[in-house]
Design a protein around this ligand. Structure first.
Ligand code: DLL
Length: 428
């Protein structure tokens, strides 16, 4: 354990951590029940009461909370504190219907900033570093969340936000950041723009990239690390819980993300039955906030698929890298396909870039899948890459998909969360 910690609890004994978790859990469940009607009814309907929490395991008797509970209680009906104590709102734009809003007290912002500061420490960032934050600022939690955490750590923050790619590059060139916080897809976009300008991406000052807000594979990690000659680590979070910084991969192991268990209590459930699964088994991540005042969540179903694994650089447990969500699985003629499995195969074909788009469409009564992908440059042999990718997908995933090698520059470039899957079925 060579990394210095931010807060002593990160390296405390397991006993000490669980004692603190239980104390906080009792408090948060009572806080929600006493101060908000949604929570009172939610618990009453499931026939449970705050007094039922005698051990951490008792949490499994409590009902789940889902994203729709946020939509149904939009904007502020989930508030568990006086409105005067709220200092900030964030939210998601809501691709389907109503947006969601989350609220924070001063203490919530402090807690969240600490979670991000801890995350930066295990990512290898120090107070002496300059951190360029290219997550979007605004209602999205990425920019402001990263910002407050990096400031809390004492680094120099460049709040550049997402977009303005040439300004990003100029800043990298002239202000020489040591760390970059950005979505992995936007980092690839920045690399491409630097190539176009004839700049050497391997010669920047950036030592580490803290990438998240969207799924990305280990193949993508190798690609980015190679391209920039830097370390690429994973940061996880979600707005309903707090934003970025719920869990973070360490630069030492790059193998699973330490979850800040004194603040966020993780469970893994079977998504079909709701049953809690033991550590090590794969299922849906469910989170209970242990220290959030304004809008605590109790057993929030994240939709993200992972497993819990033991701690390494900290006493706190880790979650495995999240490469799939419950709702992004594509079932193609009986074969289950996650977009990340396709990304893995694309990145393994020499000559293909990470600019790809998966299109679902219908031919007759049959669902079909098409992968459109660009080569790294015009020198590549398209028919070789087309054959190789089609064959690899068929032999590893077992599905027949159409592969189209596109000319350079036709696919959309990401400046934030990349949209990798497009559903065209209603147009066919
Ligand atoms: O994306 C918060 C965030 C900002 C995390 C910046 C990391 C960095 P939402 O917009 O609410 O919040 O989206 C949350 O994004 O449930 C996951 O499905 C996905 N996600 C976030 N981080 C990762 C990651 C922010 N590291 C949803 N790997 C989550 C895979 C991720 N998926």
């Amino acid at each position: 354990m060579s990394l210095e910690y931010y807060n002593r609890i990160e390296v405390a004994s397991r006993d000490e951590i669980s004692t603190l978790q239980l104390k906080r859990l009792k408090h948060i469940v009572r806080h929600a029940y006493n101060n908000n009607n949604f929570w009172k009814n939610h618990m009453a309907n499931a026939d449970v009461h705050p007094d039922d929490i005698k051990s951490l395991q008792d949490l499994s008797k409590f009902p789940f909370m889902v994203k729709n509970d946020f939509r149904d209680n939009y904007p502020l009906k989930l508030l568990c504190v006086d409105r005067r104590d709220v200092v900030r709102l964030h939210g998601s734009s809501g691709t389907t219907g109503k947006p969601t809003i989350v609220a924070y007290t001063k203490n919530d912002i402090k807690m969240w900033s600490e979670a991000v500061a801890r995350s930066l420490v295990i990512a290898g960032v120090t107070p002496d570093d300059i951190v360029q934050i290219a997550y979007g600022y605004g209602l999205f939690t990425g920019g402001m969340g990263a910002h407050y955490g990096a400031e809390r750590l004492g680094s120099i923050v460049i709040p550049i936000s997402g977009g303005m790619t040439s300004r990003q590059i100029q800043t990298i060139e002239e202000i020489k950041p040591n760390a970059m916080m950005v979505t992995p897809s936007y980092m690839v976009n920045i690399a491409e723009a630097m190539d176009k300008k004839g700049m050497d991406t391997r010669k920047t000052s950036i030592r580490v990239g803290i990438f998240g807000a969207e799924p990305w594979t280990n193949e993508m990690r190798s690609h980015i690390e190679e391209r920039f000659d830097m370390d690429a680590v994973d940061i996880y979070g979600l707005s309903e819980v707090v934003g970025p910084g719920v869990a973070q991969e360490s630069v030492e192991s790059k193998d699973g993300l330490t979850i800040w268990e004194d603040l966020f209590y993780p469970e893994i459930i079977d998504p079909e039955t709701g049953e809690v699964l033991p550590d090590g088994e794969q299922g849906e991540l469910v989170i209970t906030t242990l220290a959030k005042e304004a809008m605590p969540v109790i057993r929030y179903r994240t939709g993200d698929i992972t497993r819990i694994i033991p701690g390494d650089v900290r006493s706190m447990r880790r979650i495995e890298k999240i490469t799939a969500r419950n709702d992004d699985m594509i079932i193609l003629r009986g074969v289950n396909i996650y977009p990340s499995l396709l990304e893995e195969q694309i990145m393994k074909v020499p000559g293909l870039s990470s600019n790809y788009l998966i299109e679902r469409y219908r031919m007759g009564a049959m669902d079909q899948l098409r992968i459109r992908v660009e080569p790294v440059d015009e020198e590549q042999d398209s028919s070789r890459m087309q054959r190789q990718l089609t064959y690899n997908i068929k032999s590893t995933i077992g599905a027949s998909v159409d592969v189209i090698i596109e000319p350079l520059g036709v696919l959309p470039r990401s400046e934030g969360k990349a949209k990798r899957v497009v559903d065209l079925r209603r147009y066919n």
